[in-house]
Design a binder for this molecule. Structure first.
Ligand code: PMV
Length: 312
């Protein structure tokens, strides 16, 4: 018999980067793309917790021996067991993910969340979402340096959120479902690097950068109203405005700009990069009439994959 836990991908709709500086941001889960953690008995009946990262960067078998504690998955497991006051269960947890890595879809947060959920199941100890969110945030710090916490929050709660760093979580009401295509540039980009570059830019010219961050924050507040009222034309325009501000923060790239332009040319109501930028993903707002042409145009403009998701 095997048991399974999972967690979804996420995308940031508005406010990436500015969110690190206290501005609001909006992000939604992508429930069709998931990371899973399957729990099976250890094959040889051996004692101890084994974690197999099956199709992540490499097949990796982790035990909780001291030598592995610098591995982030082992660190997540160890921290979870400490919080649950549980001994390592004698099982194998196999992690798999459909979520492209290093592309702004929250793959790290999703894999960690699925692993921790599986440990909670395997030890028969319950862990509430807030405690889970805290552990995933700790682990995110080792991937990203100074993450705002938006990724882990959306992944753990699997609901649209209006997020302000350090404030209680606010979920977002979606006035009318809307459809997004997620265009993957196929170029992995480390969020940590983009966040660090924006930090240096901010420190070297705060008088120029702060107004951009404030403008993004204002736009996120407008976007919240527009999403709650279900006005897709206004939503598309706000996406384009947000993309232009992200370009000024230097986090777009020629590939992202090419995909954004291609989507708009093919009839998308709006488009922007999503997440850390410099590579990774962009999103395009489409409807039933434009979805196919936008998808085709994204692929011919170089997208490695196009995912389709409806925000509800
Ligand atoms: O690249 P992603 O999707 O993990 O998003 C990072 C979002 C940033 O605002 C750039 C950083 C953060 O920690 O919020």
């Amino acid at each position: 018999m095997s048991l399974q836990a999972s967690a979804s991908a996420k995308i940031i709709l508005f406010g990436e980067h500015a969110v690190v500086y206290g501005q609001p941001a909006i992000a939604v889960p992508v429930s069709s793309l998931r990371a899973t953690a399957e729990i099976t008995p250890n094959p040889d009946g051996a004692p101890g917790l084994r974690i197999i990262a099956a199709d992540l960067d490499k097949a990796l078998t982790i035990t909780l021996d001291a030598g592995f504690l610098d591995n982030t998955l082992a660190a997540a497991a160890r921290r979870t067991l400490d919080i649950l006051s549980a001994a390592p269960p004698d099982v194998t947890i196999t992690l798999r993910s459909q979520i492209p890595m290093a592309s702004g879809l929250g793959s790290g947060a999703a894999v960690t969340t699925a692993l921790i959920r599986a440990i909670s199941i395997a030890t028969s100890r319950s862990l509430d979402s807030s405690a889970l969110n805290e552990i995933v945030y700790e682990i995110e710090k080792s991937y990203h340096g100074t993450p705002s916490g938006i990724d882990n929050t959306v992944v753990v709660y699997e609901q649209p959120v209006y997020f302000v760093r350090g404030r209680p979580i606010e979920t977002l009401k979606i006035g009318a479902p809307f459809r997004l295509l997620i265009g993957d540039t196929g170029q992995g980009a480390l969020t940590k690097v983009a966040v660090g570059d924006v930090r240096r830019l901010y420190e070297s010219a705060p008088e120029r950068i702060q107004p951009l961050l404030t403008a993004i924050g204002g736009l996120v507040q407008r976007a919240r109203g527009v999403i709650e009222n279900g006005d897709s034309a206004a939503l598309g325009n706000l996406m384009l405005e947000n993309h232009a501000l992200l370009q000024q923060l230097t986090v777009s790239s020629p590939e992202l700009d090419r995909l954004v332009d291609a989507a708009v040319d093919a009839g998308a109501l709006g488009a922007k990069l999503s997440g850390g930028g410099r590579g990774g993903n962009m999103i395009a707002l489409v409807n039933t009439e434009t979805a196919n042409s936008v998808r085709e145009r994204l692929l011919s403009a170089g997208a490695a994959h196009v995912f389709d998701t409806t925000v509800v």
